[in-house]
Ligand binder design. Structure first.
Ligand code: GRF
Length: 204
């Protein structure tokens, strides 16, 4: 069974979507750990409510938390197969990226490579999409490298926003689709159906 660690900073609705997909039998994974930089977040509440061990990440060594330096060792000890960034706002430490090449995925609420990068998170993304007058947006799941929102794209879904009146409306529409796309990609990875061929990531 695929052992996953979910990294979170916010409300945790994508974490919840993973847990729901597991409960319904769609996903055959173990959510072995949740890591966060925000111990007071809604996502942490959800993890605790589901008896998932939570670790707080802190750049420097501090009692009761995991330092950047200790993180990849701990993930190795936990035998984590896949790291899922689900609303995690910090950059993943380089040592973790090096140890988990092509084993870290992120969900972003816009169609990368547009509307991504530093500072492009949460409503900032949807506001930028709204102000651009784009008619289509949608979530992207991609592999994580050392830069924000930069790794190869695994899967995307288009969401029609030609008739929206606010960034909030965009956020609501995209989030619904995120909750389908993230479990879908995790399932494909679990089944070994995500491959890189000729520089492109292909989902079978
Ligand atoms: C989602 O929109 C996700 O795409 C982005 O951060 C948000 C997290 O939402 N990376 P939640 O915490 O999963 O509800």
């Amino acid at each position: 069974m695929l052992k996953i660690a979910v990294f979170v900073s916010g409300r945790g609705s994508n974490l919840q979507a993973i847990l729901d997909a597991k409960s319904s039998g769609f996903l055959n994974v173990e959510v072995a750990a949740v890591f966060t930089d925000r111990p007071d977040s809604g996502a942490v509440e959800r993890a605790k409510g589901n008896s998932i061990p939570v670790w707080v990440i802190c750049k420097e060594k501090k009692s009761g938390s995991v330092s950047n330096e200790e993180l990849s060792g701990l993930l190795g000890k936990l035998k984590i197969d896949l790291i899922v960034l689900a609303g995690f706002l910090k950059l993943v430490p380089e040592s973790v990226i090096d140890h988990f090449e092509n084993k870290i995925i992120n969900i972003h609420p816009a169609l990368l490579p547009s509307f991504g990068g530093k500072g492009m998170y949460g409503m900032n993304v949807h506001r930028a999409v709204f102000n651009s007058s784009a008619k289509i947006t949608g979530p992207t799941v991609h592999f994580v490298d050392k830069l924000y929102d930069n790794g190869k794209i695994i899967a995307q879904r288009a969401v029609d926003i030609s008739d929206v009146n606010s960034p909030e409306e965009i956020a609501e529409r995209v989030l619904k689709v995120e909750h389908e796309l993230l479990p879908f990609v995790i399932k494909k990875i679990e089944e070994g159906k995500v491959k890189t061929i000729n520089e492109r990531v292909v989902v079978f």
